[in-house]
Design a protein. Structure first.
Length: 390
């Protein structure tokens, strides 16, 4: 059955070793664009890996096109995100200050000390943000109009980029794509709602260009992509099993070569084993964290939106704010611990996640005020009951 349905069988260790010895590595645009989202050290490590295997790398023309079209937008978002995060952090800081000043409570004996500690942490966050922003700008040398990442990727893929399809070829792909998408044949059908032309059929164009390359060189293909849509990956019970079986089968039937796929973090992890590449653990960790956070983006937003009742692990300490009016002494440490956690995780939080966080904190503070009002009401009711008993 394995020969008939190869896509449903994971390669053996012997097959993996042979695959890595003979394949050409093909990269998707999102992998290259992520070089702008990593820390400067990690980006440098990634580029060095590309250099070390430069005689075995290749990108489709569509990948190069998407990279160049999206590059400046990614840079702009990375730069603006620092300002967005700083603004949201400042809003959080003001809300905490206002709440501690306006919601006095008998249990809050050291609110000034608590506020002072919180202010120090917020200042540390601001300093860290400014530092990272400057590091990012310096790595791109924006003022000197010299983009190191662009220069390095251009050099790495010089002479290793596919040819552009003609308008006639693209028209035929659009027609095929319409039929494929209607039948949910991978890849690309998850982009069916995207306008038309290249935007809608970009993934399919990349796929066809990769097949054409495989036919030409008659070598197995390892496709490296951080696109986690299930029109590329075989998902089962929320876990990634491997490439879609249909893709493996189509590559084999049309180009007579083997196909396998990796996310960037898994690729560099396996490169240590099969290519004897020396890669820092921190580099793999950062690449993996970025991928995981992109995968869990929707889940994180939902978790942060429920901050007032159930906080995300990163900000667990902030849950103490909802109980501040009941027992400030017990909650001081968790609150400050939660704020400290933000410092170490800011690089992974996106601006929209920070905004949700701020909204969630606002809900928490609102609940705090409601708790105070409820306690005041209960106190008044108790006084009235005592008066009536007397």
């Amino acid at each position: 059955m394995k020969k008939t349905l190869p896509g449903y069988y994971r390669p053996t260790e012997v097959e993996f070793k042979k695959l890595w010895e003979n394949c050409v590595f093909v990269f998707d645009a999102n992998v290259l664009l992520n070089l702008y989202r990593y820390s400067p050290k990690t980006s440098t490590d990634m580029i060095n890996i590309l250099k070390n295997i430069s005689d075995r790398i290749w990108i489709p023309h569509q990948t190069a096109l998407e990279f160049h079209k999206s590059r400046l937008n990614v840079i702009a978002k990375q730069v603006s995100s620092y300002g967005d995060i700083q603004a949201e952090i400042k809003t959080m800081q003001n809300k905490i200050r206002d709440t501690l000043h306006t919601n006095k409570h008998p249990f809050i004996q050291n609110s000034d000390k608590l506020l002072g500690n919180a202010e120090k942490i917020f200042n540390k966050i601001g300093t860290e943000l400014e530092k990272r922003k400057n590091e990012y700008l310096n790595s791109l040398n924006i003022n000197g109009n010299h983009d190191t990442i662009l220069q390095e990727t251009t050099s790495a893929f010089e002479g290793k980029t596919g040819k552009e399809y003609s308008n006639d070829q693209l028209s035929k792909i659009y027609k095929k794509g319409k039929k494929r998408y209607a039948q949910k044949i991978p890849p690309g059908y998850k982009d069916a709602s995207k306008g038309g032309g290249i935007r809608k059929y970009g993934d399919l164009i990349i796929w066809y260009q990769t097949i054409d390359k495989a036919k030409e060189i008659k070598k197995p293909i390892i496709l490296v992509t951080d696109d986690k849509k299930d029109d590329w990956w075989w998902e089962q019970e929320g876990k990634t099993v491997g490439p879609r079986p249909e893709l493996i089968q189509e590559m084999l039937s049309k180009a007579s070569v083997q196909l396998y796929m990796y996310s960037m973090d898994n690729f560099i992890d396996k490169a240590q084993k099969y290519l004897e590449e020396k890669v820092k653990k921190e580099t793999i960790h950062e690449a993996r964290e970025l991928r995981k956070r992109n995968e869990e983006h929707s889940k994180m937003l939902a978790d942060l939106a429920r901050l007032s009742t159930q906080t995300s692990p990163v900000l667990a300490g902030l849950a103490g704010l909802s109980d501040l009016s009941k027992n400030i002494a017990l909650q001081t440490s968790p609150v400050l611990a939660g704020l400290s956690d933000i410092v170490g995780n800011l690089k992974y939080l996106k601006p929209d996640q920070i905004k949700i966080l701020s909204s969630g904190l606002a809900d928490t503070l609102k609940n705090l005020e409601q708790n105070d009002n409820m306690e005041d009401t209960n106190d008044n009711e108790s006084i009235e009951e005592n008066d009536s008993e007397e």
